[in-house]
Ligand binder design. Structure first.
Ligand code: RFL
Ligand code: PHB
Length: 396
């Protein structure tokens, strides 16, 4: 099949942001073409997020992409904080007026959205890397990409960069028109996937003198676990037994608590960064998801922010399509950035409260423990965490 030469909306990137946007546009009768640089297997296997907020689940349901999520996803009504030998549960519905989250792997969301797009949606081209986008400030943009060894172009009314943190679409915005706000962290996560039943029925976020640890899951038979490690750590220096021993030491709250050990099927080190590129729109180019902002994973916000950006954007394109009004599109950047900055703050807060920085002073550790004690003893402090974790409703 010859790829189309023109479309209404060109979507660059087939991660959760690009795929969900394409689905929502299809449901509004808007033409789009999705261009993805990697192959389908790679995109479907990339291990990433595991927590979906209520509003992400609501959007996936509205998009008709939640049947497996509704069968296999695990609703969670709380998380456990462990610190200073104490265990404290945050009860989400009680603190937020009924909101909760779902444990459901990003890989599964992506597989279902790809299957729907290929069956019902517009063209989705894999192994089609976009090189550049031109004409952002003209009436019509051009996307330059490669497919099956040939240089191709796609003209469109709008381009949406859903091409992740290392994407190219943001470079279509001149440097004078964008600003980047960034922050690094002096630690990374070693993440594993293990064939072992989860050690607990909710997620455990643990502060410890040895560093942060997180116990999550993918299913009743598969655990997903993370350990804080120094930046630049080679996963090969962490044999399986060392990982299990360290997880047990950091997560253990009392003597009789045990982790379920099992074969480790995946092991990788993930650096952490906070970054926001502003604004999210320049002329006919828009940015969504990790292409515009990233957060450290401690607040479980990245995928959910990507989903809320494209929910707002799809509504704006639907308004334009139906009424000719650009009102929502003109407000897209401001609407999203408000939520983005809230999530940036929450992710930064969770990260800096739970991790131990190299050379951290005893003063800073006492402040962290005081903050955790406050969350454990004040309904207001716990509600603040619960509201942020379960996510704010998607406006406007
Ligand atoms: P993605 O998923 O990076 O997808 C971008 C896509 O664009 C393609 N691409 C290009 N295509 C064409 N031409 C080019 N020039 C291109 N350049 C890039 C890429 O191949 C890719 O397919 O961005 P998107 O869609 O914005 O989605 C963002 C999420 O993937 C990300 O925010 C989350 O995974 C973050 N995250 C979490 N988020 C949560 O909400 N809850 C969590 O529990 C959670 N846990 C996590 C996480 C991220 C992690 N890592 C690996 C950083 C846990 C981890 C370990
Ligand atoms: C995950 O299950 O991968 C996960 C859960 C919670 C986080 C980060 C990652 O904060």
């Amino acid at each position: 099949m010859t790829p189309p030469r023109h479309t209404q909306v060109a979507v660059v990137g087939a991660g959760p942001a690009g795929l969900l946007l394409a689905r929502l546009l299809h449901l509004s009768g808007i033409d789009c073409v999705v261009l993805e640089s990697r192959d389908r297997t790679y995109v479907e296997q990339r291990q990433r997020a595991g927590i979906l907020e209520q509003s992400t689940v609501d959007t996936l349901r509205r998009a008709g992409a939640a049947s497996r999520l509704d069968r296999e996803g695990l609703p969670h009504d709380g998380i456990e904080l462990r610190f200073a030998g104490r265990r404290h549960r945050i009860d989400f519905p009680a603190l937020t007026g009924g909101r909760r989250v779902w444990v459901h792997a990003q890989t599964e969301v992506v597989k279902d959205l790809i299957a729907l797009q290929l069956k019902e949606g517009g063209p989705l081209l894999f192994e089609a890397p976009v090189r550049s986008v031109t004409g952002a400030d003209t009436d019509r943009c051009t996307v330059h990409y490669t497919h099956e060894g040939r240089e191709r172009t796609l003209t469109c009314d709008y381009v949406v960069g859903c091409d992740g943190y290392h994407g190219v679409v943001r470079h279509a915005v001149p440097e004078h028109a964008r600003s980047v706000h960034e922050r690094g962290y002096p630690y990374s996560w070693l993440g594993i996937l293990a064939q072992a039943p989860p050690c607990y029925d909710e997620l455990i976020y643990a502060h410890s003198e040895r560093g942060f640890a997180l116990a999550s899951m993918r299913s009743p038979a598969v655990s997903r676990l993370y350990l804080q490690v120094p930046n630049g750590t080679d996963p090969a220096t962490w044999p399986d037994e060392r990982i299990w021993d360290e997880l047990e030491a950091r997560l253990g709250a009392d003597g009789d608590w045990r982790l379920n050990r099992g074969p480790i099927t995946q092991k990788s080190v993930l650096p952490m960064r906070s970054s926001v590129t502003e604004p999210l729109r320049y002329g006919r180019v828009l940015l969504a998801g990790d292409a515009a902002h990233i957060v450290p994973p401690t607040g479980a916000k990245g995928l959910n922010l990507a989903a809320s950006d494209v929910t707002v954007l799809a509504r704006a394109f639907a308004q334009l399509h139906e009424t000719g009004s650009t009102e929502l599109l003109d407000g897209y950047s401001d609407t999203c950035l408000r939520r983005v900055w809230r999530a940036e703050h929450f992710s930064y807060f969770m990260t800096t409260t739970l991790h131990t920085a190299p050379g951290q002073s005893s003063f800073d550790t006492r402040l962290q423990l005081s903050q955790l004690d406050r969350i454990a003893t004040s309904r207001h402090a716990a509600a603040e965490l619960a509201e942020n974790y379960t996510g704010l409703p998607t406006g406007p």
